[in-house]
Design a protein around this ligand. Structure first.
Ligand code: PHE
Ligand code: ZN
Length: 876
């Protein structure tokens, strides 16, 4: 039977819970297939609930063993229970104690939600609705309770027993069993509950908070991998210090534990005092992790830690408010990384991600507001829109009201809403107060989906010497939202004359001060700025620093872009100029125009010789990906044409820049011990980008250099980059390198994931066969999310020509895999399936094939609710 997603849940139907849970005592007796869970709930009616309402608790896949009320066992007739709930029709009016015993099977739990096994360990994942898979409960984020958790297990199987909060008791029991009792004094919703049992190695460090609290920090990993957790520990300490300094936030328990597991649906989870991580975001060593991996470890460690205040101390009233914790916490981790590394490079990378993920989501059938107003499967709303666009809104708020009012607003938020389950309105009210400003128009960023377009029109009158700049905004329709209202769009701007000098922004405008500082707010549909006294039309640099998540139209002209590439003092827009020039050239090639790109190559050559920031230069030499091109084109996409045009541009530039690129290689040969710091990483990035571009221009030379680089590489960054270049040039060199790489790292699953991914992205016809073979490889498994994503996710997102193959072979293998994954792990299947969301932007033949592929998924009779939700919305 099909498992249809439940009826939509709507924000407007929110009602507070009918009951409150003051405290929870949990007793776990861990067993591989029959874990016994006893829960003792102190309940009472919520004065804000409906009077006389029954008590209804959520459940999912539980075996109910017994129930008692105020110490008296309840007969089977005294309650109702179905697959998804437990109901007491007439609970006592006064406070009461309800005890429920359930059995769960962690080994059979392949969804990785609830209590499950990863390797030989027990772990939990409760966000969003996994706690109901452990015991019957009010599984909603506004039901806050204090938890005490007692865990028993075989000491030999699970010497380590962890839960939230501080350890209060531990000891031996008979028959080789032992126990530990944990108590978390901070009221929390059940999605923040966690438990770990197993046998793990660890590293620990002492940390003293600014007010003198001594905290023991520990990271638990597979035995033998302890040294690979050092960088994560270092990042954790820096994140804790930074949150004290930048946001005045201190840690609040005596211990902070992080556990790395290898089977995890997402990146990591912020459970109070016991973060559980996908080991990909904990483990790093020079031999196994790239610079990008190090940066990701740092960011995710910080992100989860920052949730302790933005998410845990202040949580969400309901799941519609998810961005309240996620958007804000992403903003916080972005700021942290910007302070630890290069702010400009961090911003560029964040915007690349935003465009690649969120802009695409916003332009397709899965578009939804940052705060959605309805959902059928909440698991499907952990999206780029909620996370990345949610962070952009917080960033714009800072820009709009200024850093000082922003900081005061955050302070109000932390003080006023501590210990509560809050809403987006609560959050905004703090800034309306600190900035003494109405934020109701700004709030539309939360409720209105779609990427706004800012249309730019310029005019220069040589007679009057007036330059006028007209900016108009519009937001395209999205599912369920035909009409859009104007937003408040902060736009940072500058003007440059022909010699590249930055011009003073003098106007007679009523808001001349604001304009003079290069920051305006576009809040109406159209606004015109007039700059008198300009002898010639200047080049306009708009949305500097990417001041708003918007699209500019029409594209800036070539002469202006070349000028900005040479002179813009905003690094983001300087980088943007390189990207826009590449886009212009590629799309001209797609239209069949002959291009030499001399001026572009000269511009890049000058940038290479003048720049003293290798990481930035590397980004300027990294041209829009095929996925970027597809997004920019937006309709009638032919991935083969985009691939060919992009390749031709790289060939041209690789050839034209040969001398400069060769100099980079000479200059940046790696010496000394590996260090993951941003400056060293920047030098490696530039070296590797230069090598790759050189190889695009001269295949023979490229192969030779890449092979040498691969053989000489002493760290994973260089090793993998060289392999990536070889993957593109092909031939024996490539196959030998892949074979050697496998032999060397066969035992290391995170590295083998890279081996799978890179092969999946080779843009050649033979890759389809290769991916089919890899699906049958002895190391492949659909049950491990990292592995499944490494092969299938990389194929779908990183190999447009093969995924969208004209004969439908890419869709066929992908959809087969999604259908096989779905019964085991619906969340994973649903997320993978989102790769097909842009099917309507393809040219007609592929569009038809992609639609058929989606329909094939939708037609599976036993499809999960999560996957059904994605398939249905994608096709709507
Ligand atoms: N809350 C986690 C985070 O972003 C993400 C997550 C969601 C993890 C759901 C697991 C399940 O930090
Ligand atoms: Zn988060």
């Amino acid at each position: 039977m099909r498992n249809p997603p439940p009826q939509p849940i709507r924000l407007k139907d929110y009602a507070p819970p009918d009951f409150l849970i003051d405290s929870v005592e949990l007793f776990f007796s861990l067993h591989k297939s029959k874990t016994r869970v006893r829960s003792r709930l102190a309940l009472r009616r919520n004065p804000k609930g409906r009077s006389g309402a029954p008590l209804v608790l959520d459940g999912d896949d539980l075996t109910l063993e017994r129930v008692s009320l105020d110490g008296r066992p309840l007969d089977r007739e005294a309650y109702e229970t179905g697959p998804e709930n437990f109901k007491l029709a007439q609970p006592p009016e006064g406070p009461f104690i309800l005890e429920i015993e359930t059995l769960v099977d962690p080994t059979a739990n392949t969804q990785l939600s609830g209590l499950y096994r990863s390797g030989a360990n027990y772990c939990t994942q409760c966000e969003a609705q996994g706690f109901r898979r452990i015991t019957y409960f009010l599984d909603r984020p506004d039901a806050l309770a204090v938890y005490t958790t007692r865990i028993e297990a075989d000491k030999s199987e699970a010497p380590l027993l962890l839960s939230n909060g501080d350890l209060v008791e531990a000891g031996a029991l008979e028959a080789g069993r032992h126990f530990a009792v944990w108590r978390d004094p901070y009221p929390k919703p059940c999605y923040l509950f966690a438990l770990v049992g197993g046998d793990l190695g660890s590293i620990s460090r002492d940390f003293t908070t600014k007010s003198g609290r001594k905290v023991k920090l520990s990271i638990f990993v597979e035995h033998g991998k302890e040294a690979r957790a050092d960088y994560a520990m270092d990042a954790l300490e820096r994140a804790m210090r930074w949150d004290e300094e930048r946001f005045g936030r201190e840690y609040d328990l005596d211990v902070f534990n992080i556990v790395a597991v290898s089977d995890f649906n997402m990146g990591a989870m912020e459970n109070k005092g016991l973060n559980i991580f996908n080991d990909k975001y904990v483990l790093a060593s020079p031999q196994t992790a790239t610079d990008a991996d190090y940066a990701a470890v740092e960011a995710v460690i910080a992100h989860e830690y920052f949730h302790n205040w933005t998410g845990n101390r202040i949580t969400c009233r309901d799941w519609f408010q998810l961005c309240l914790k996620e958007g804000l916490t992403v903003y916080r981790d972005q700021e942290f990384s910007a302070d630890m590394r290069s702010r400009a490079v961090k911003r560029i990378n964040d915007v690349r991600t935003l465009r690649l993920t969120q802009f695409v989501e916003d332009a397709g059938p899965l578009a939804h507001p940052v705060r959605p107003d309805s959902y059928r499967a909440i698991d499907n709303f952990y999206t780029a829109t909620v996370y990345e666009k949610g962070a952009e809104i917080v960033r714009m708020l800072n820009t709009l009201i200024g850093a000082e009012a922003f900081a005061r607003g955050m302070e109000i938020y932390f003080t006023r809403f501590d210990g509560t389950a809050a809403t987006v309105e609560d959050f905004l009210s703090c800034f309306a107060e600190s900035a003494k400003r109405d934020l109701s128009q700004f709030a539309r960023w939360y409720s209105q989906a779609g990427t706004p377009v800012v249309e730019v029109a310029t005019r220069h009158d040589p007679q009057t010497r007036v330059f006028s700049l007209t900016l108009s905004q519009s937001t395209p329709p999205t599912p369920g939202q035909e009409q859009k209202l104007p937003l408040e769009i902060p736009i940072a701007l500058a003007l440059f004359d022909a010699a590249g000098n930055k011009l003073a922004l003098e106007t007679n405008d009523a808001k001349a001060d604001e304009i003079a500082q290069g920051r305006i707010v576009l809040s109406s549909e159209t606004r015109t700025l007039r700059f008198p006294n300009l002898a010639a039309a200047p080049s306009v640099s708009l949305l500097r620093g990417f001041s708003a998540p918007a699209r500019l139209e029409p594209p800036v002209g070539e002469a202006d872009l070349l000028r900005l590439l040479a002179h813009d003092d905003d690094p983001f827009n300087r980088w943007q100029a390189s990207q826009s020039l590449a886009l212009r050239s590629i799309f001209a090639r797609v239209r069949g125009e002959e291009r030499t790109d001399d001026a572009f190559a000269d511009g890049l050559g000058r940038l290479i010789s003048q720049s003293n920031d290798p990481a930035f230069t590397a980004l300027a030499l990294t041209f829009p990906s095929e996925a970027d091109l597809a997004r920019e084109q937006g309709e009638d996409v032919d991935p083969d044409a985009l691939h060919a045009a992009r390749k031709a541009l790289r060939e041209t530039l690789g050839h034209a820049l040969k001398t400069s690129l060769a100099k980079i290689l000479e200059r940046l040969t790696e010496q000394g011990a590996y260090s993951p710091d941003a400056a060293s990483a920047g030098r490696r990035a530039l070296h590797n980008v230069a090598l790759d571009l050189l190889a695009a221009g001269d295949g023979a030379l490229g192969t030779q250099l890449a092979e040498a680089h691969f053989n000489a590489a002493r760290n994973m960054t260089d090793r993998l980059a060289a392999l990536g270049t070889l993957a593109l040039v092909g031939g024996d060199a490539r196959e030998n390198a892949f074979a050697r790489f496998y032999e060397e790292f066969a035992e290391d699953s995170l590295v083998i994931d890279k081996w799978f991914s890179l092969q999946a992205t080779i843009p050649e016809e033979a890759t389809t066969r290769r991916v089919l073979d890899l699906l049958a490889h002895k190391d492949f498994s659909l049950s491990n999310p990292n592995r499944a994503r490494a092969l299938l996710g990389a194929f779908a997102a990183g190999n447009p020509t093969r995924f969208h193959a004209r004969d439908g072979s890419g869709y066929a293998l992908f959809v087969d895999a999604v259908i096989s994954i779905d019964p085991k792990n619906p969340q994973l299947a649903a997320r993978l399936l989102t790769s097909l969301r842009s099917w309507r932007t393809l040219e007609p033949d592929r569009r038809r094939l992609a639609e058929e592929a989606l329909r094939r998924v939708a037609a599976v009779p036993t499809l999960s609710g999560d996957t059904n939700d994605i398939a249905t919305r994608a096709l709507a």
